[in-house]
Design a protein around this ligand. Structure first.
Ligand SMILES: *Cc1c(COP(=O)(O)O)cnc(C)c1O
Length: 691
């Protein structure tokens, strides 16, 4: 270390304190050097701890830790990481957001957050998107505060029996081994928010999770003073029982507003990410009434700074609750402000019978967005009845297409190559198409070699995780075979079975010794979705059929780790929804950035991104009403495209398929700038967060 670095380092804490500080902020999860620093303390224990730094530091023997921390090589890397961390977290750091008109803080409410596999507070795409939202806001310096729930039993782990039956197992999380801080009063007792609920009041405590610069507050009803049933309100994500579910949403919406006030926040914008958090409008309107506003003025003020993002074009996905249930829980609020509660009930109810969360959110926000261009169009049609005087194209719902957090999803091997070719700092210009032009200067052999390495890594992972027909884990897949990945929630409209519709034909294609094909699938069905579970079972049972065994595997318990291996390691990413049910989809974006070619029907984000240079489309973007016939047509086109277009490109007779690699580069170059969370957050700031 030279004198100037020593000089610079003198303000840094000693390594032991420093690694504890780093572990407490999720910043390390998306900075590869920080990740590697923890891994180097004990690679085996690191894997055993599920790559959770807090757990590692709680588990590693003290003398071993001290020994490691003293090694000069470790100290050098520690100083580099810590310097970068301090520079970014410091008050003087310059960010994109700086210099823009600042209206104040943005409160972001969501039911789920997917930040890391070992933080089981997410179920799927909505949560992973919210996690990426927070990380990108941190990168850009956007003054956002996240609000969610702490689920002590998490989202459940999926187990699949040999018969293909799905079971969900809930395991209590160990809060001591997570970077969670419980907010406390000076005497060490938990800081509590009281919340009237039906005939009683409950209390919730607040946990803080630091995501780079962005704090995430998680509410938790597991407090001593609550009755046992109330303590369990926030135990699990998305419970099937409607009563628990709406109670969770009251905790999130009303509890969330009260927690922020208690902590001294006065957000300028309230962002409801999906309708689950719409109760926040009740809490905010009550505050305005308390401060002396009239009812109309209170509602107007709430509308003026509330924004709403809708995430589903499927009507069944819009949550509704029985009015009796809502009324029984809102009794104390009605006692306080009868007219307000009646008015909100009016706004939420279509024809007097059920309380629509998304409907209320539409009515009580002044800016609204869907999550892709096509979804915007669908959403305007779906909600047109709320604006009967307007033609459909003037229904006030815009769109901001989803994007993904590059540092979370791009393989570190590619990051290193791009560091070399694009110049340092390129990640901060990743939403600029210019940045990606240098991909042309990267040799085919480098791209292909990296891809094969990532594919091998995925195959090793599958060998320990995937299940084939005999219920055993074994490395049965061939690294040279074209490998298709499919990772989706199992709901019928996503049509996981479409590729198997003509089972004989796909089996023959897969078994062709000159052009073999393999399929890797993963995904969960909601425990209350019988049709989804039946679909999962049907698909799963194929892994055991002789014509598919060894070529088709299923990975139980789809989560962010599984997603990362798959979107970095397969050759082709398949998506088969019934158009236009996919609001956006983001897994295909993750795949595209890693040079994995998308093969998808033109729905969601792919309808915007697709060009024949970067992947393939199939099926009918303008479906007919007869679903069964449409499924057959789409299935046939899927296999035609696979057989006649995709396979010849992949198996071109050379060890390094030139046209394929060309498409990989095109995919990386075209998709990455447009579909990063960085682009998405800039649009949220400009279109939604600024008045
Ligand atoms: C990215 C991701 C999703 C969302 O992907 P879709 O394409 O929207 O289905 C869901 N689950 C996990 C674990 C993910 O990483």
């Amino acid at each position: 270390m030279n004198a100037t670095t020593a000089e610079k380092n003198k303000d840094l804490p000693p390594p032991h304190e420093g690694v504890l500080e780093l572990a407490d902020n999720l910043w390390w999860t998306w900075h590869e050097e920080a990740h590697a620093l923890f891994a180097s303390l004990d690679p085996d224990l690191w894997a055993a701890c599920g790559m959770n730094a807090s757990r590692l530091l709680a588990s590693i023997p003290e003398d071993q830790l001290q020994e490691k921390l003293k090694a000069p090589d470790f100290q050098d890397r520690y100083h580099a990481v810590m310097t970068a961390y301090r520079a970014e977290m410091g008050k003087q750091a310059t960010t994109w957001y700086e210099g823009r008109r600042t209206d104040g803080e943005i409160a972001y409410f969501c039911m789920e957050y997917g930040l890391a596999t070992w933080l089981p507070f997410y179920a799927g795409g909505l949560g992973v998107l919210a996690g990426d939202h927070l990380k990108a806001c941190s990168d850009l310096g956007v003054p956002l505060i996240g609000v969610g729930l702490l689920y002590k039993e998490g989202a459940g782990v999926q187990r699949i029996s040999a018969d293909g039956d799905q079971a969900t197992e809930f395991l209590e999380i160990d809060v001591d081994k997570l970077p969670l801080e419980r907010l406390e009063n000076e005497d060490g007792s938990p800081l509590l928010v009281s919340l009237p609920l039906g005939d009683r009041s409950i209390e919730v405590q607040i946990w803080k999770l630091q995501v780079g610069r962005v704090p995430l507050y998680l509410l938790d009803s597991d407090v001593d003073s609550n009755m046992p049933d109330d303590r369990a309100i926030t135990a699990r994500l998305y419970p099937s029982e409607a009563g628990t579910r709406i109670k969770q949403e009251i905790v999130l919406g009303i509890g969330g507003v009260r927690a922020l006030r208690l902590l001294g926040h006065e957000p300028a914008v309230w962002h409801m990410n999906e309708g689950h958090s719409v109760m926040l409008v009740l809490a905010n309107a009550l505050d305005h009434l308390e401060r002396g506003s009239t009812l109309d003025a209170a509602l107007e003020r709430v509308r003026s700074n509330t924004v709403f993002t809708t995430h589903t074009p499927v009507p069944a996905g819009h949550e509704k609750f029985s009015l009796d249930l809502i009324r029984s829980l809102l009794v104390p609020y009605r006692a306080e402000a009868p007219e307000l509660v009646e008015q909100l009930i009016d706004e939420a109810c279509e024809s007097g019978e059920s309380f629509g969360m998304a409907r209320l959110a539409m009515r009580m926000s002044n800016r609204r967005n869907a999550v892709s261009e096509l979804h915007g169009k669908v959403a305007r049609g779906m909600w047109a009845h709320l604006w009967p005087d307007r033609p459909i194209e003037q229904v006030p719902i815009g769109h901001i297409t989803n994007g993904v957090h590059l540092q979370t999803w791009l393989a570190p091997e590619f990051v290193r190559i791009f560091d070399e070719k694009f110049g340092l700092g390129w990640i901060n210009a990743a939403d600029d198409p210019e940045t990606w032009q240098a991909i042309r200067q990267i040799a085919d052999a480098t791209i292909w070699g990296t891809h094969l390495k990532l594919k091998e890594r995925m195959l090793r992972f599958l060998a320990s995780r995937a299940i084939d027909g005999e219920g055993v884990n074994r490395l049965s897949l061939d690294p040279r075979a074209l490998t298709i990945g499919f990772a989706r929630r199992f709901v019928t409209y996503k049509r996981a079975d479409l590729v198997f519709k003509d089972a004989e034909r796909i089996a023959a294609l897969m078994a062709d010794p000159n052009r073999p094909v393999q399929i890797v699938m993963t995904g969960k069905a909601h425990p209350a979705d019988q049709a989804g579970q039946a679909l999962l079972k049907e698909v799963y049972l194929r892994t055991g059929m002789p014509e598919f065994a060894g070529r088709f595997v299923f990975v139980p318990d789809y989560n962010m780790d599984v997603a990362r291996y798959l979107v970095q390691g397969v050759d082709v990413w398949l998506n088969t929804p019934r158009v236009p049910n996919e609001a956006s989809g983001t897994s295909g974006q993750k795949a595209a950035m890693n040079g994995v070619l998308n093969f998808s029907i033109l729905d969601g984000w792919w309808a915007e991104a697709y060009t024949p240079e970067i992947g393939w489309s199939f099926g009918d973007p303008d479906p007919i009403d007869d679903e069964e016939t449409q499924d057959d047509l789409d299935a046939r086109d899927l296999l035609d495209t696979l057989e006649n277009e995709i396979l010849p490109y992949y198996y071109d007779g050379s060890p390094q398929p030139a046209k394929w690699i060309g498409m990989m580069k095109n995919s990386i170059q075209q998709v990455s700038p447009d579909f990063t969370a960085r682009r998405m957050i800039k649009q949220y700031v400009e279109q939604l967060y600024r008045g």
